[in-house]
Design a protein around this ligand. Structure first.
Ligand code: TRP
Ligand code: SF4
Length: 326
């Protein structure tokens, strides 16, 4: 029997290349070897977007469309929406009774977000409990592994502690899940910071060829290379990292050589990259168009996934209630 994995995304806007190379291509690979549950964490989105909830509902169909467009297969994997499976709230409540406050206050992601997202008031009960809800998501399906980026590893660590504590207090109900760290992606934003919608440095899966060409034009290259006659260093050039993903290998080798001896200018080099990026994204956009004109298929995918998820969630909650004797 295949091992089970589960991962989720918060619906807080459009998907970009950071999502594609950071998470989705990894999720896609894992589909072959694991039984996969992928879900939209809309309650988690509420922890920070509670004053701006429109974006949550608006992003849900879009994200499912993106998942299918990049090659996640709803026939093989289960896609569902967190808030449709009410059991997540119930398990979150039970876990909240056994999770020490000190674990939550020590959580590095919590401390960091409070410092960074200063425009939002995040001193809420729900936001502090973010990892408790995440533990409920994961343990509900008795996932053996959780594919996430490094930033989420502390949350999975806390999930492991909550599972052990529950098993110790009541009864061995939950397997202790492993973190499956996604291979780190070399994709950065246009300005070489982490790609993020809020930094305005993202290339979205929905961008047109013109958007892509003009965004590529803004990309920072080797900052030491002031003139076209100066040799460049591809190792520190963001455009070159994109070439390594989107450009055929022999061309990449040629560009590397030419860049180092100033035989190619950045403008031309970017044009080649933009063209290859456009052709890589074009089948994804085609697929997206197809689904956008068939929203009932998207609804069906969600309904089917929710049904599969619900059956497991109900079984787990029955075991939980029996263990807790409530
Ligand atoms: N916290 C995750 C993120 O921001 C999203 C998430 C919610 C999640 N529940 C999860 C990821 C369970 C993995 C497993 O990316
Ligand atoms: Fe980067 Fe290409 Fe310019 Fe070299 S030629 S610095 S690889 S954009």
């Amino acid at each position: 029997m295949k091992k089970r994995i589960l991962s989720g995304m918060r619906p807080t806007g459009k998907m970009h290349l950071g999502h594609l190379h950071g998470a989705l291509s990894n999720w896609k690979r894992l589909q072959e070897d694991y039984e996969c549950f992928y879900f939209i964490a809309d309650w988690h989105a509420l922890t920070s977007e509670y004053a701006n909830t429109g974006i949550i509902k608006d992003s849900i169909d879009d994200i499912i469309i993106d998942w299918v467009s990049v090659g996640l297969d709803p026939e093989i994997s289960t896609f569902f929406i967190q808030s449709h499976i009410k059991e997540h709230a119930e398990l979150h409540l039970i876990f909240s009774m056994i999770t020490p406050l000190s674990w939550l206050e020590r959580n590095p992601t919590y401390k960091e977000q409070l410092k960074e997202l200063t425009q939002k008031d995040l001193y809420t009960y729900g936001f502090l409990g973010y990892p408790v809800l995440q533990a409920a998501d994961i343990l509900m399906y008795k996932a053996n592994g959780v594919p996430v980026g490094e930033d989420q590893a502390p949350h999975v660590e806390m999930t492991r502690e909550i599972a052990r504590r529950f098993n110790h207090l009541y009864k061995e109900v939950f397997p202790v899940p492993d973190v499956l760290l996604a291979p780190t992606s070399k994709i950065l934003g246009l300005d070489r910071r982490k790609m993020s919608k809020s930094y305005g440095n993202a290339i979205f899966l929905t961008d047109t060829d013109d958007d892509i060409t003009s965004k590529t034009g803004q990309m920072i290259t080797d900052p030491q290379r002031a003139r076209k006659s100066d040799p460049g260093d591809p190792d520190i050039c963001n455009v070159f990292s994109f070439h390594e993903i989107y450009t055929p290998e022999d061309t990449v080798k040629q560009i590397e050589k030419d860049c180092r001896k100033a035989a190619i200018g950045c403008v031309d080099c970017k044009k080649i990259m933009a063209k290859n990026l456009c052709s890589a994204l074009s089948p994804i956009r085609e697929k997206r168009k197809e689904l956008e004109s068939d929203i009932s298929r998207v609804k069906d995918i969600i309904d089917q996934g929710n049904k599969r998820a619900e059956i497991i969630a109900q079984q787990t909650m029955a075991e939980v209630k029996e263990a807790v004797k409530i």
